[in-house]
Design a protein around this ligand. Structure first.
Ligand code: GRG
Length: 289
């Protein structure tokens, strides 16, 4: 994990506009939002899925950077006063607190477009049709039928009690879509993936994407702010429907565990090449931050 995290830090630092290029304030804020923090779970998943397809690290680096830029943009926008209104992210002041709201809005916009620019680079070195497929995959995962749509449902659900299927629908979009895209992009970075392989990997990604959110809900009510690097207890404070409010902590933990096992089961047809994906399913469910 440390190796991929270090590699990603270097790749992102290289791909983001240099801080001295005009407009300096915007570029400095983009770097502030992306560099020096975060678990890099999505890049880790992308690299791990790449091992299934013997994908070259140079390709994985670009695909994983694109996903992480979309993720970083979503956090910057999510923290804005018109959304979650938070002052702490990755253990430091949120982008709009450190800079200003208008800059934070532009940081999100610019990171989103840069993500697609990076994924469209000829340096990705895949066949053009395959690269278009990857661009489509990321666009769908980030848009209104994916992450942005899930965020909209989240905003409209404040103060409401959602049924478990409604909660799952929201989170499969808000959090799960980008996690699934991370895995599938990694698998697309190698030799053209067989449909049966993609189906199993997609099922794995569905399970870990949902498990990630169940654990996020549990940590929000159990872990301290200092450990999380973001304000703890916000879901309850904002009266948001979560897995904890819907089923209680004990059942939410049991469900996260069953999703971990289901994710591992989805990989049962693979050998050692799926080892990192198995380990990441464990990490996502057993993590403490
Ligand atoms: C604004 C379009 C738009 C979308 C925002 C992802 C998201 C949608 C909002 C983030 C709010 C949130 C706490 C979601 C729950 C799961 C999640 C994505 C947590 C943060 O991801 P981590 O834990 O963060 O991977 P790090 O900092 O480690 O990268």
């Amino acid at each position: 994990m440390g190796q991929v995290q270090a590699r990603m830090e270097a790749a992102l630092a290289r791909l983001l506009p240099a801080p001295e290029i005009a407009p300096q304030r915007l570029h400095q804020a983009m770097r502030y939002a992306v560099l020096g923090g975060g678990k890099r779970v999505r890049p880790l998943l992308c690299f791990a899925a790449g091992e299934l397809a013997q994908a070259p690290a140079e390709r994985l680096e670009l695909a994983a950077s694109a996903v992480e830029m979309i993720h970083a943009y979503s956090l910057v926008h999510d923290d804005l006063p018109c959304m979650d209104d938070d002052a702490l992210r990755r253990g430091k002041p949120t982008c709009h607190v450190e800079y200003d709201e208008a800059t934070a809005l532009l940081v999100g916009d610019s990171l989103q477009t840069l993500a697609f620019q990076v994924l469209a680079e000829p340096a990705l070195g895949t066949e053009a049709g395959a690269q278009l497929q990857m661009l489509r995959l990321l666009a769908q995962a980030a848009g209104s039928r994916g992450m942005a749509g899930g965020q909209a449902i989240d905003l409209y659900s404040v103060g409401k009690a959602l049924s478990l299927p409604e909660l799952e629908f929201m989170h499969i979009h808000k959090t799960g879509a980008l996690i699934r895209a991370s895995v599938l992009l990694g698998a697309h970075c190698g030799a053209p993936p067989a449909p049966a392989m993609l189906e199993r990997v997609s099922h794995y990604a569905h399970c870990v994407g949902l498990a990630f959110q169940v654990v996020d809900d549990i940590l929000d009510c159990e872990a301290p702010t200092a450990t999380l690097g973001k304000t703890a207890g916000k879901d309850a404070a904002q009266n948001k429907p979560t897995y904890v409010s819907a089923m209680g902590v004990a059942q939410a933990k049991a469900w996260a565990e069953s999703l971990r096992l289901e994710a591992r089961e989805a990989l049962s047809g693979f050998g050692a090449e799926a080892g990192r994906l198995r380990e990441l399913a464990d990490f996502i469910v057993l993590r403490k931050f």
